[in-house]
Design a binder for this molecule. Structure first.
Ligand code: SAH
Ligand code: SF4
Ligand code: F3S
Length: 440
């Protein structure tokens, strides 16, 4: 018999980390770990970290400072709190974490989560820290349990790693080479999620549209197969790279009502000079053509993007090209970031780094434009009929909340028994952070 213990996982960064955190909790369940409400009542805490920008990475060290005090307070009461650091900071700065925070028990990279039970056993037995930031030859997916459903929408990792080496980015170093899970494994996991009541799947990967399954299997074909699974009504995928957008995947947008007409397709910059310095592998024109082809295949399609401002050498004219591209493509949603130099990446060593105040001003200008466009899009939804996945009760009696195909939160006066269903809704009003609608 195992003794009941409690685990708290804190997740930073992207959706792949959200998926991974749930899998880490799953591999620890057989060891007797149940979810804790917070670090205070946990016997083990895992920080699943993100290294993408300096701020993200520094957060980990301040959180570790707080956890150190908690760990010491517990030790004074005679109980032990195992502290683990996982994710991309662990991969990039494993030794440095143990040097700066010697009270950490386990440091593990994103490709070794399946070995976590062994590491916990080792940490519980011995003093001294366990460090595992290998890129093992065996894919962790072969040893991790399938995702479990929590509600009607679920993430499913199908691809991991990146071979693109954009000059600003740490991901190829922290996640390793591109790896595609076999189609059969993905379809089996999707089927089990559907059997547990999931009707919306979001396929995840650092370059999800780079997924390939051999013998003519690309992401388009995988999505067609998933769409045939009983109970799956909506499919999304993220994050895509413009260079990997195959014809077959574009065709899937035209064919499949299950494939949501909302695509996150980061472009990063609208300037050809900067795109080339970033090693993105395509120019502005190629991106615009791609956006046109996608919208031709699916006229309801809306695009979202990521932008970086203040990449080394970015001039006012380059930045103006980014603003112009935002207008020309008509992005309805965008995440924008100030360039953050990352140790070991080529861009960090480039000349003509952009001063912080310039980055700040550009970010503010870009975000103002993007917000305007998001608002215009949201207003254009009033009067439209949309299929909304109702997924939880609202704050007010008789109110149910859901997500539109475009991920907009929608609140509806409807009966709670509709939760878990995709329901046609007429959008009637726009609120600051949501849409309102009525069942059709
Ligand atoms: N694989 C995805 C994105 C991964 S990182 C892609 O290729 O688009 C998520 C976003 O973080 C990126 O799209 C980029 O906009 C931003 N980002 C990555 N490195 C950054 C850096 N050094 N500074 C600022 N933003 C960065
Ligand atoms: Fe990073 Fe570029 Fe790979 Fe995206 S494609 S993860 S931005 S290196
Ligand atoms: Fe961050 Fe790693 Fe994801 S650096 S964005 S957690 S791949």
């Amino acid at each position: 018999m195992t003794l009941a213990k409690k685990l708290f996982v804190k997740t930073y960064g992207c959706q792949m980390n959200v998926y991974d955190s749930a899998r880490m909790a799953d591999v620890l369940t057989p060891l007797g770990y149940a979810p804790a409400d917070g670090p205070e009542d946990a016997d083990m805490v895992i920080l699943n970290t993100c290294h993408i920008r300096e701020k993200a990475a520094e957060k980990v060290f301040s959180e570790l400072g707080r956890l150190k005090r908690l760990q010491a307070a517990k030790a004074a009461q005679g109980s032990r709190m195992i502290l683990a650091v996982a994710g991309c900071v662990a991969q990039a700065e494993g030794e440095e974490i143990l040097r700066r925070a010697p009270f950490v028990d386990i440091v593990l990279g994103p490709q070794t989560y399946h070995r976590l039970p062994e590491m916990v056993a080792q940490a519980a037995r011995a003093g001294g820290a366990v460090l595992d930031t290998e890129f093992p030859p065996e894919p962790k997916f072969d040893f991790l349990p399938d995702a479990r459903a929590e509600g009607s929408s679920a993430f499913l990792s199908v691809q991991e790693g990146c071979d693109k080496f954009c000059t600003f980015c740490v991901v190829p170093y922290t996640r390793g080479a591109e790896y595609s899970r076999p189609a059969a494994a993905v379809l089996a996991e999707a089927t089990r999620l559907a059997e547990q009541g999931v009707c919306e799947l979001t396929l995840l990967g650092q370059n999800v549209n780079g997924w390939h399954g051999g013998e003519g299997w690309g992401l388009g074909r995988l999505i067609r197969a998933i769409a045939r699974i009983d109970g799956i009504e909506r499919i999304r995928y993220t994050t895509s790279h413009p260079r990997d957008m195959q014809d077959d995947l574009i065709a899937a947008h035209a064919e499949l009502p299950e494939l949501m007409p909302f695509l996150h397709l980061p472009v990063q910059s609208g300037s050809d000079r900067i795109l080339s310095a970033m090693n993105r592998g395509h120019d502005r024109e190629a991106y615009i053509r791609l956006a046109q082809r996608l919208k031709a295949a699916q006229p309801d399609l809306a695009l979202s993007s990521d932008f970086i401002v203040g990449f080394p050498g970015e001039t006012d004219a380059d930045f103006a090209d980014s603003l112009a591209l935002v207008r020309e493509v008509g992005f309805v949603q965008t995440y924008s970031f100030k360039y953050s130099p990352r140790p070991g990446t080529p861009a960090a060593a480039m000349e003509r780094q952009v001063p912080e105040p310039v980055k700040e001003a550009r970010l503010a200008e870009l975000q103002t434009l993007l917000l305007e466009q998001t608002n215009v899009f949201n207003r254009s939804c009033i009067g439209r009929e949309m299929r909304v996945l109702l997924d939880r009760t609202g704050r007010h009696a008789g109110q149910v909340l859901g997500r539109s195909p475009y991920m907009q939160p929608v609140h509806v006066k409807a009966a709670a028994h509709l939760i878990g269903q995709v329901v046609p809704i007429r959008i009637t009003a726009l609120h600051p952070n949501s849409l309102e609608g009525v069942p059709v």
